[in-house]
Design a protein. Sequence first.
Length: 507
Amino acid sequence: MSRPQPRPAPSPVRPWAATVVVCLGVFLLGVDLTVLNVAVLDLHRDLSPTMAEVQWIVDAYALVLGGTVLAAGAVTDHFGRRRCFVAGLAVCGTAAALGALAQQPWQAIAARGGMGAGAALLMPATLSIITTLFAGATQRRRALALWAVIAGLGGMTGPVIGGWLVGLSSWRAGFWATVPLAAAAIALALLVVPESRSCRTRRPDLPGAVLCAAALLALVWAVIESPGRGWTSASAVTAFLVGGGLLAAFLVRQFRAPTPLLPLRLLRKPRVGISAVVLVLASFAVFGALFVMTLYLQGVLGRTPWEAGVRTVPMAVALGAGAAAALPLLARWGERVPVVTGLLVISAAFAHLATAGVESGYPHLLLFQVIGGIGAGLAVTAGTEAVMSAVPGHRVGLGSAVNDATRQIGATLGVAVQGSILATVSGARLGQGSVLDAWAVAAHLPERARAAHLLTARHAFVDAMTATAVTAGAVTLVAALLAFHCLPARGALRPEAAARAPVRPPL
């Protein structure tokens, strides 16, 4: 009788290899967030959606992600971070394939929502995995900075990738591209990402999750639909009231629930609560501007989707530079200095954007991207570090979910609010219809009439873009004042001996 062969020893954990794979996943989701921004005109020609439906197609992803990611954070801690990472990628890939086959606007909206559900399962796992991989504060900060850069670069380069795909094929390619990338990330995760879970698990607060998602849905519906229905219409006012009531019910639930979705005592910590507000408002400004900017490049400056996408690259590069600059500032002065500085820089960028005109050209937009990208890199990197370093080791899934929820809620509201301002102001200037309709009509007019029609539409769009820039600049200025008064002058470092979740090598 032969002796049984010894079981091979598990492979050692490779933190940086696992971090790269996790960052691949978060890059994919960042791309999915914005990849359709430059495809709006192509999508409008194919499916003929209204301006509100266009906003829903762009926004459904972030809406579902932001509304469900807090519950997903608890699921991640309980069932395992790698398992949720892989499952989220699978859901995203499947929903993307369905979106590529859409024949009606509502089908594209539903597919984008499905992708957001997968992202909600995946995103908390990414930061949780990174936080549990590194014991030292220095290495962890570098890994978190890399995560912040890659997450930002994914969102910022989405228009480039989308423009290239539209040029090669159509808007549908923006969905199809997700499928093989998600499959590759799944395979790599099973090879190099270790499984981990919290020793102290908690039941997800399902009623809280439903209230949170419903409140966000009602408020976003009200913001997106109000330009077409009227801001004082019965449906809009009702939606605002319902959303406010559901939000109040959610907060009451969090006070009373034995295992709340969002422990409010966590938000009472200035480093968490104020940093969460900062992340919401910074994402509101930047992602809303990215939506407006890609329309400006195509509709006003006459660029193709590919050319428009390439012309958003400077913002991604500047964001990376800002994130790198945040690290020494964090080490020397804590979170307040980079957060406040970054927000003030973003506000200055929007003040510059507000002076754009029909004849301003791309250099004006380039300067906005460089200034705003650096500011966003500073503020978002420092805000992420503040949230994650204030959460105990066994609750990193919650901290990651708070961080992700704030970003996605901000992005959702940014596209909804700035898109609605765009629709309201440009619609008032044009008299009827949206600026998308005006651009579509121009293609069927004689040359002389087309030129006059396009000039009117461009002036209407630029007036509306000025209004969105003023709004975003004011929002980030308020965020800077809040951060200056509420964040500690010097943030305490996360204790090295904090409780950590068990980590085992992948099978």
